[in-house]
Design a protein around this ligand. Structure first.
Ligand code: NAP
Length: 429
């Protein structure tokens, strides 16, 4: 058997998982890929016990990889869109080495360049683990669905935000309390900004969208709105109306334009995505052959993500590495992007007002002016405060986003409106 020399950069959560699986199932992997695995180098910033890696060079900084070439494959598990992760990946490709990375930030920002370089160098870049951890969604889109035309992808792609939304509804606690609880349980990182502001979902969506619709990976063209302002009140009212609120990533082609939206959205609580709770991820792919290919699983965690990382090894074992790349940047066709203002769909509004005569008439008049037709309307007393305030909760029939904005501006300016109107989009998934 030939050797496959591997250099691993970063031994944190995922890096540890990779080392565990390589140790536990090495023989099985070697038989499958037809190569003998040799870990020639590990870069680990923290000092760890590497005594069992007798023939492996241990570096305290991945920087050292820039002057190291005794490997066929770099596994990059440091993270970050720029800095050392980007440097060692590009350096490896320039040295005609294959690369596997779990780094969605890197691929969503520099994927086009990295893939182009990989093609020109005739090497492979695998990034299965960059989207949805333990769900092999890149392989599904790229290989399993080769015979289908993808119509739409709707996904819950971030476990941390899904945990927060699920727990807030379950425990009636506010966002901050549950976020701290998520950190304590290890479901949220110490800096969870990208999880809750939607950027992590946007990273993953831009990668999936590109493979599905043959557009450039273009993070800038993703409309992103996160869950940081979510209130228990809206989760509760949505529940009473038969919905859950989920942070969704949505991509499809609309009138020859690529749509890439990330926002918290109401989904039917009996739907597939409505039932994906806690740290789980769920993805629906609609194609010309099936209305709902549905995948659910652990979107993160050491071993599920390491499984994803090492699934890319199989491609390395094949002869023509560059042909195994998930995308050929030369053949990209889609160029135009669908804007959020062009959205046509249903909406949820919560309007906190004084409970005085004529309020509903004023609101209805504004909605009528902008061609927004009410589907359901109900009024809830603010019983806790008993201060003459009410919440008016409206869902609409399909209407245009740009009209919704104009109408909500006017409603915000009504004397009777107490707080800025809360708006969520409603999605049928
Ligand atoms: N965690 C998940 O479940 C998950 C799921 C899917 C994808 N990913 C992706 O996988 C990648 C790794 O994530 P992770 O959760 O494993 O992160 P992590 O636990 O923070 O691990 C990253 C490791 O890289 C080390 N590192 C940083 N700079 C280094 C350098 N210059 N040289 C050597 N080591 C260095 C860090 O050391 P220090 O500890 O000293 O900072 C840390 O141990 C990221 O791209 C992430 O987006 C993670």
């Amino acid at each position: 058997m030939d050797d496959l020399k591997i250099a691993i950069a970063g031994v944190g959560t995922v890096g540890n998982g990779v080392l565990v699986l390589l140790k536990k199932n090495r023989k099985k992997i070697e038989n499958k890929i037809g190569k003998k695995i040799k870990i020639t180098a590990i870069a680990s910033r923290k000092s760890r016990d590497f005594t069992s890696f007798k023939k492996t060079k241990i570096f305290s900084d991945a920087n050292s990889f820039l002057n190291f070439s005794d490997y066929d494959l770099l596994i990059e598990l440091i993270g970050g869109s720029d800095g050392i992760a980007k440097e060692i990946v590009i350096d490896a490709l320039k040295k005609k080495k294959n690369v596997i990375t779990a780094n969605k930030a890197l691929i969503s920002k520099h994927g086009n360049f990295i893939l182009k370089l990989a093609h020109s160098q005739k090497v492979f870049v695998g990034y299965e683990a960059s989207v949805a951890g333990g769900i092999p969604i890149i392989t599904i889109i790229n290989n399993f669905l080769v015979s289908n035309t993808i119509k739409k992808i709707s996904g819950i792609l971030n476990g941390t935000s899904n945990y927060i939304l699920s727990k807030m509804l379950e425990t009636k606690k506010n966002f901050k309390t549950i976020l701290n609880d998520a950190k304590a349980h290890g479901y949220a990182e110490s800096d969870p900004s990208f999880d809750i502001n939607g950027m992590d979902t946007a990273h993953k969506l831009s990668i999936m969208s590109s493979i599905s619709f043959n557009n450039k990976i273009d993070l800038e063209k993703v409309f992103v709105s996160g869950i940081e302002d979510i209130q228990y009140t809206d989760l509760k009212y949505a529940d009473e109306l038969g919905f859950r609120i989920k942070l969704l990533g949505l991509t499809k082609i609309v009138r020859s334009k690529v749509m890439q939206f990330v926002y918290p959205s109401l989904v039917n609580k009996k739907s597939l995505l409505g039932n994906v709770d806690n740290v789980f991820n769920g993805i629906i792919i609609e194609t010309d052959s099936s209305k709902k290919f549905f995948f659910q699983g652990e979107g993160a965690g050491a071993l599920p993500t390491a499984t994803s990382v090492l699934s890319d090894l199989e491609r390395i074992s094949l002869t023509n590495y560059s042909k195994q790349n998930y995308q050929n940047t030369k053949t990209l066709t889609m160029k135009d992007y669908f804007k959020i203002d062009e959205r046509y769909g249903s909406y949820y509004f919560r309007i906190k007002t004084f409970d005085v005569a004529g309020v509903i008439a004023d609101i209805s008049k504004i909605l009528k002016k902008f061609n927004i037709s009410i589907k359901t309307l109900y009024q809830k007393d603010n019983t806790e405060k008993n201060n003459n305030e009410v919440n008016i909760v409206i869902t609409t029939h399909n209407c245009e986003e740009k009209n919704v904005r104009k109408a909500i501006n006017l409603i915000n300016n009504l004397d009777s409106t107490k707080e800025r109107v809360v708006i969520y989009r409603v999605e049928i998934t």
